[in-house]
Design a protein around this ligand. Structure first.
Ligand SMILES: Cc1cc2nc3c(=O)[nH]c(=O)nc-3n(C[C@H](O)[C@H](O)[C@H](O)COP(=O)(O)OP(=O)(O)OC[C@H]3O[C@@H](n4cnc5c(N)ncnc54)[C@H](O)[C@@H]3O)c2cc1C
Length: 268
């Protein structure tokens, strides 16, 4: 049970409370923190960050800056953020959850089945935290936990597609991935200069399929079947109530390969 509740009025106070109480968790929308306990421990101490962390979505130069307290519904409704990000926010089931869940909370929770983390990685988004700036990819990969203030999303150059698959609209996903391709005029193979394939649901956290990315850019994967096989070889999902290893491997191969092909087609 949560016994201690803080609501700091200043950012410095929030950071100091966290430094003094390493077990305390930040409370943003609370969709994870207040979730009915299954096998997890409910935090005894929470630091409510609503008064010290920005919300809202604004344009700053060529970047979109998304306050960490912006809700996923605001993201889904925004006409300014890249379409892939808007679409990913819409994947979260039910408007009531989207109205409560925040962007910072989604990154902070670091769930393996996050819909938001893969697309932020694919878009090369950077988090501004209480301790400095860091790529969202590095924040997740290296298990950071510093307080995120906002997320900077550069204008995409090329194509970005998000995909998900779940048994029903409200079921937890077996596929959550984002593919982005960047282009540079004059290069062979559609002008491809880089690729990012960020994949959730197949490991303890979102990962990148770097070998598949390199093979896509170099043009070594000639057909849809080649991409499917490369994705299947690169992932090691575990069996659970959502599906067997074989099923998850197959469905991720098919759906992620389709996203890669659609991204390539979008460049022509
Ligand atoms: C039934 C249900 C199903 C869901 N299914 C999915 C799903 O499949 N995919 C998906 O992506 N989301 C899903 N969500 C939404 C999910 O809860 C998100 O992860 C949500 O965005 C968390 O945001 P929050 O503001 O509620 O976080 P909170 O619950 O307030 O916090 C979550 C964690 O993030 C940390 N945190 C919060 N804010 C920050 C910050 N600014 N900086 C650093 N750390 C911070 C906290 O310390 C805590 O550890 C689901 C939610 C529910 C209730």
């Amino acid at each position: 049970m949560t016994k201690i509740y803080y609501r700091p009025a200043e950012l410095r106070e929030a950071s100091a409370l966290k430094a003094e109480n390493s077990e305390a968790v930040y409370l943003a929308g609370g969709t994870q923190v207040n979730r009915a306990p299954l096998d997890r421990k409910v935090p005894e101490m929470v630091i409510d960050i609503r008064d010290v962390v920005p919300a809202g979505i604004v344009k700053e130069g060529t970047d979109m800056v998304i306050g960490a307290m912006a809700t996923l519904q605001e993201l889904a409704d925004s006409e300014d953020v890249p379409e892939a990000l808007r679409k990913a926010a819409g994947f979260i089931p039910t408007r009531s959850v989207r109205n409560q869940a925040t962007v910072g909370g989604n990154i902070g929770a670091g769930r393996a089945d996050s819909y938001i983390i893969p697309v932020l990685i694919a878009l090369s988004a950077e988090a501004r935290t209480a301790e400095g700036n860091i790529q969202v990819e590095d924040y997740i990969r290296d298990d950071h936990d510093e307080l995120i203030l906002d997320v900077h999303v550069p204008v995409p150059v090329g194509a970005c597609i998000v995909v998900k698959e779940s048994r029903s609209h409200v079921a937890l996903p077996v596929v959550s991935a984002a593919v982005s391709l960047t282009v540079d005029e004059g290069l062979p193979n559609y002008g491809l200069s880089g690729a990012c394939i960020a994949v959730g649901c197949v490991a303890e956290k979102t990962i990148r399929l770097t070998e598949v990315e390199q093979a896509v850019v170099s043009g070594n994967l000639k057909t849809r079947e080649d991409v499917e096989a490369a994705v299947r070889d690169a992932i090691s999902p575990i069996a659970d109530i959502l599906g067997s290893v074989e099923y998850k491997t197959h469905v991720n191969g098919v759906i992620i390969a389709d996203a890669v092909i659609r991204c390539l087609e979008a460049l022509t």
